[in-house]
Write a protein that binds this ligand. Structure first.
Ligand SMILES: Cc1ncc(COP(=O)(O)O)c(C=O)c1O
Length: 417
């Protein structure tokens, strides 16, 4: 039987179970020295001082603490790209700020410096450049605009650990950089996040907020690791073929979109959900610490698959593969392709066993949740166009054979479009 290939692949350490057992055996499952070691190792890779890396329960909570620690006046404006994960602008609102959306460049999926400049008013105090899908924003242009208007810059690096602009890691340009360690993210700790913070005083405040949360219970962390393990098993090609894939296959035939059930329910986050409020446990830090050693290897494997896709798909007429502007390195959390009649192409790929995703984040400027927020320019056409791409699997856990099959199927489907 032909196996199906999932849109997602988790980066998993072969010795995950030993790391977990080791933490249990040492009595360091929840608290322990690996948290500090992980923060220090993460900071060292980025070339900053260890106290300036603060681990948290989620990237979104690290972001929330940074907003609080920067002490932005209530009601001041913060600019987000129109295409991003809805939770981030929502948390800015919970922190008492007014959200403004600036359009993205549909070729890079990233915040357009021109739109940012036009979005600034006397009330603007901060901007969140999101290095979407693993490609750094134009940090030269964004930092000069921020300096000119005295804006705080909080880089959203949830997709982009390891990516660089002018050889400098993302997350080290602005006042802070936020990273996510969810199961499917480039650095998988089965959840968690981290803030790199430039100013030591602000970092100390962020730390005091993160450390004032309660520790999670052992059962809760065990469940999280179990869910991570099930997710991993679920996306193995043969399990995926007999489980989720039939649902996706039928959905693609009837035009349904089951993706909405995969993601967190869109809602107001005020008051902050109880589940967000906890500390980052030692066992997840121990996994992260070991995963940091493998990060470059995983990124290299992903890039090898990307080169194959570029070679196979890049010259097809009417097809646009990801563009990497000069001075940037891309880590390809997602590999986005534009082609004609996207939805039909996706159905054809799914019929041939390749699960293709159509949108990984949200056109926030079009969401009811943000109705009434200012959008610059109105309509955010770049974000809407960017939402028309499709995401082809290139993740590092694909074997070379699987990557070749993805490339072949997608090429054949695109060539017949
Ligand atoms: C662009 C972006 N920013 C931030 C986050 C938040 O990360 P976390 O789930 O760790 O809070 C995500 C999560 O998927 C994301 O996609």
């Amino acid at each position: 039987m032909l196996t199906a290939i999932s849109r997602y692949g988790a980066r998993v350490l072969p010795n995950t179970q030993q790391i977990i057992a080791g933490c249990h055996a040492r009595g360091e499952f929840i608290t322990g020295p690996q948290i500090g070691q992980f923060e220090a190792a993460f900071a060292e890779r980025a070339g900053v001082a260890p106290p300036q890396a603060v681990a948290a329960s989620y990237a979104r909570m690290a972001f929330y603490y940074v907003l609080k620690a920067l002490d932005l006046p209530l009601g001041s404006e913060i600019v987000f790209p129109a295409l991003t994960f809805w939770v981030m602008p929502e948390l800015a609102r919970v922190a008492g700020l007014k959200v403004v959306f600036a359009d993205v460049d549909s070729a890079t999926f990233n915040l357009s410096p021109t739109a940012l400049e036009r979005a600034i008013t006397p009330a603007t105090r901060a901007v969140v450049p999101t290095h979407l899908y693993g490609l750094p924003c134009d940090m030269d242009a964004i930092m000069s605009i921020a300096r000119l208007h005295d804006l705080r810059v909080i880089e959203d690096c949830a997709h982009a650990v390891g990516a660089t602009f002018d050889r400098k890691p993302v997350g080290t340009f602005g006042d802070a950089g936020i990273f996510s360690f969810q199961t499917l993210k480039p650095l998988n700790c089965y959840g968690g996040g981290l803030a790199l913070v430039r100013d030591p005083e602000v970092a100390a405040y962020v730390r005091s907020l993160a450390e004032s949360e309660p520790w999670p219970g052992e059962k809760r962390v065990n469940n999280r690791l179990l869910v991570g393990r099930l997710q991993r098993i679920f996306i193995k090609p043969w399990v995926f073929t007999i489980s989720a894939f039939p649902i996706l296959w039928i959905s693609s035939l009837i035009g349904a979109n089951p993706d909405v059930y995969l993601w967190e329910h869109i809602r107001s986050l005020d008051p902050l959900p109880e589940a967000y409020r906890e500390r980052f446990p030692n066992v997840q830090a121990a996994i992260g610490l070991a995963a940091l050693d493998k990060l470059d290897e995983w990124t290299a494997a992903t890039r090898r698959h990307v080169q194959l896709m570029d070679r196979t798909l890049g010259r097809l007429p009417g097809i646009q593969v990801p563009q990497v502007p000069e001075r940037r390195t891309h880590v390809y959390y997602q590999y986005c392709v534009f082609g004609p009649k996207r939805d039909e192409l996706v159905v054809q790929c799914v019929k041939r066993g390749i699960d293709v995703e159509t949108l990984h984040v949200d056109v926030c400027s079009d969401m009811d949740l943000f109705a009434g927020s200012k959008v610059v320019p109105p309509g955010a056409l770049g974000a809407r166009r960017a939402a028309g791409a499709m995401q082809i699997p290139v993740y590092s856990s694909l074997t070379d054979e699987e990557a070749e099959r993805v490339a072949r199927v997608v090429r054949d489907v695109l060539a017949h479009a």
